[in-house]
Design a protein around this ligand. Structure first.
Ligand code: FMN
Length: 257
């Protein structure tokens, strides 16, 4: 017999990673918005975006974007963006306290770096940055959201997250920020791995954690001699992993400012 109770929660955000979407505004400036309805299908990231916001409008007209992934310790910068919209005037459907902010990067204390193949900039401080293009932006069934499918063309990674000599993100070093029922969490210790893992401890060598202490140095990426690594995207695998061809590893310094 079940001991569960039935409840009617106001939201069903059960815990997904936070991304910061940078998109281009009509006047050529750039918007930055936190989203947690994001998940990967191969090289495509599926995004659920409120229809009334500036991000949805931008993507419908200018489909380039960068999907920036903040680390867990960066939750306060994310929360500084939470009450802001790039839309002026603020739509009535936005929650109380929401205000227009034309400079979201500045408001969050984050910095923009040029992307290689898309117009919106990357967020320097985010350890992972996916350049992408929305190939489909359509209304969801409720009419309140749009569902965007964004195909990733280039991945920029903090070198400390990359298993040396490979295109693999080290899951022991990467610490995503998880948004669950409107609260921020990081991950706990690793419990195990898929039988398809290509980054088992014996395969990834020394593990450098991306916790607060590592973050102190990771934050100012532009001060490092070596910039983020470009991780090549390989042929599509038959599950949700983005598996890159190890032969296509390209390590080069980014032009970041
Ligand atoms: C951690 C976090 C996660 C969020 N996730 C989403 C989301 O998945 N989809 C969405 O439409 N809004 C989400 N929001 C709310 C948007 O960030 C908010 O509506 C913002 O005003 C959008 O900015 P824009 O109008 O400039 O696009 C989230 C906010 C926070 C702080």
């Amino acid at each position: 017999m079940s001991i569960h109770v039935t409840i009617e929660p106001s939201i069903l955000y059960f815990g997904t990673p936070v991304v910061l979407l940078s998109t281009e505004n009509p006047d050529g400036s750039f918007n930055l918005a936190p989203m947690s309805s994001a998940w990967a299908l191969g090289k495509t990231i599926v995004l659920g975006i409120g229809r009334a916001g500036q991000t949805a409008r931008n993507l419908a007209e200018r489909p380039d974007l960068v999907i920036n992934l903040p680390a867990a310790y960066q939750w306060e910068a994310v929360e500084r963006l939470a009450p802001l919209t790039g839309r002026d005037p603020v739509p009535a459907s936005k929650p109380d306290g929401c205000r227009f902010e034309p400079d979201k990067f500045g408001a969050a204390g984050l910095h923009a770096a040029p992307s290689d193949g898309v117009r919106p900039p990357r967020v320097v401080e985010c350890p992972l940055q996916f350049e992408a293009r929305a190939v489909s932006v359509r209304a969801d069934a409720s009419g309140s959201f749009v569902i965007a499918e964004a195909v990733v063309s280039k991945v920029h990674a903090d070198p400390r997250l990359v298993v040396p000599g490979t295109n693999h993100v080290d899951p022991g070093a990467w610490s995503p920020l998880i948004y669950t029922f409107r609260h921020y969490f990081g991950l706990g210790p690793e419990l195990g791995h898929s039988y398809r893992s290509e980054t088992r401890p014996e395969q990834r060598g020394s593990v450098v954690g991306m916790g607060q202490e590592a973050a102190e140095t990771a934050l100012v990426v532009e001060e490092r001699a070596a910039g983020p690594v470009h991780v090549g995207l390989g042929d599509q695998a038959d599950d949700h992993d983005v598996v890159a061809d190890p032969r296509s590893v390209v390590r080069q310094a980014d032009q970041v400012r």
